[in-house]
Design a protein around this ligand. Structure first.
Ligand code: NDP
Length: 263
């Protein structure tokens, strides 16, 4: 079984460790290769993957949208989100799907966090789109706010209510869960001003989730914990999107404990 990860940059990714551990645990003869593919290099990489007859691959930034034009079929969830993170080779036909939405919801449920709670999502990029789709499917009323209001409005088609960034106080007050889906918490330089600008006095007892998982804890998680909020970082989402992909590729139940330990 030949599996791969395509993205740029990908050297830091935790997915190879997770999937290689799963293959080894099940005694499957397989590889999970890392393919660093810079912007503009997707066409060549896709050709190589076709020639190599890979059984499937994960695809991450910046290619989650561009890969769609190389697929034979796309599942409805990927079409709704507008991005593919997993490709499965079914008898030579490439099928694109998106396991981020369900992966996110599974991560919440596993921690006994209600995915149907009224939720505010901060940020409106690709990850936010997947989270909104997952939460709306789980029955949540979702508000979405992004520093560019127009970007938030694009998510109305997924069933979220766009709210102006200038009304974050009201959004925090109404939310029982706040999902940090921007990339601001990846580095201290952007995390500190971003986190300081949020209206924490209105957070109440909302569950606070940050999709970012490095550094651990992120500044967002740290602040929420200081205020006594229940928190979750991005690792459960990463784990469960991987579990779902692994099961699609192999047809075997994924060894979740082993994959979690590898992460
Ligand atoms: P995108 O680049 O598509 O979107 C990033 C979003 O963050 C945009 O809305 C952007 O706004 C906003 N943003 C960036 N900096 C700031 C800031 N300082 N203040 C306010 N908004 C800001 O990235 P993704 O959606 O793909 O990923 C977002 C984060 O989620 C990443 O950091 C990634 O690590 C994490 N992630 C985690 C996953 C997991 O499995 N746990 C899966 C996928 C992603 P603008 O466009 O205006 O810059």
């Amino acid at each position: 079984m030949r599996l791969a990860l395509v993205g740029w940059p990908v050297a830091h990714s935790k997915s190879p460790a997770m999937h290689r551990a799963a293959l080894a645990e099940l005694g499957l003869d397989g590889t999970y290769e890392v393919l660093p593919v810079p912007p503009g290099g997707l066409s060549g990489a896709v050709g190589a993957l076709r020639d190599a007859k890979v059984d499937g691959f994960n695809i991450t930034v910046p290619h989650k949208q561009a890969v769609r034009s190389y697929l034979d079929h796309e599942e409805p969830i990927a079409t709704r989100i507008g991005a593919v993170n997993t490709v499965i080779n079914l008898g030579g036909q490439w099928v694109g799907t998106n396991t981020d939405a369900e992966g996110f919801v599974r991560g919440l449920r596993e921690a006994s966090i209600d995915p149907a709670a009224p939720t505010l999502v901060l940020g409106a990029g690709g990850a936010a789109r997947a989270v909104v789709a997952g939460l709306v499917d789980a029955g949540a009323a979702v508000q979405i706010a992004a520093r560019r209001d127009a970007q938030a409005r694009e998510l109305a088609s997924l069933g979220a209510e766009p709210r102006p960034w200038s009304d974050l106080e009201g959004c925090f007050e109404r939310a029982e869960m706040v999902v940090q889906a921007t990339s601001a918490t990846l580095s201290d330089e952007s995390a500190v001003p971003f986190v300081d600008s949020l209206p924490w006095s209105h957070v109440g007892s909302a569950v606070c989730v940050d999709l970012v998982y490095q550094p651990r804890p992120t500044r967002f998680i740290e602040r929420a914990q200081t205020l006594g909020c229940t928190t979750q970082d991005g690792l459960p989402m990463l784990l469960h999107q991987g579990v779902l992909a692994f099961e699609r590729w192999t047809g075997h139940p994924a060894p979740i404990a082993v994959m979690r330990a590898a992460l």
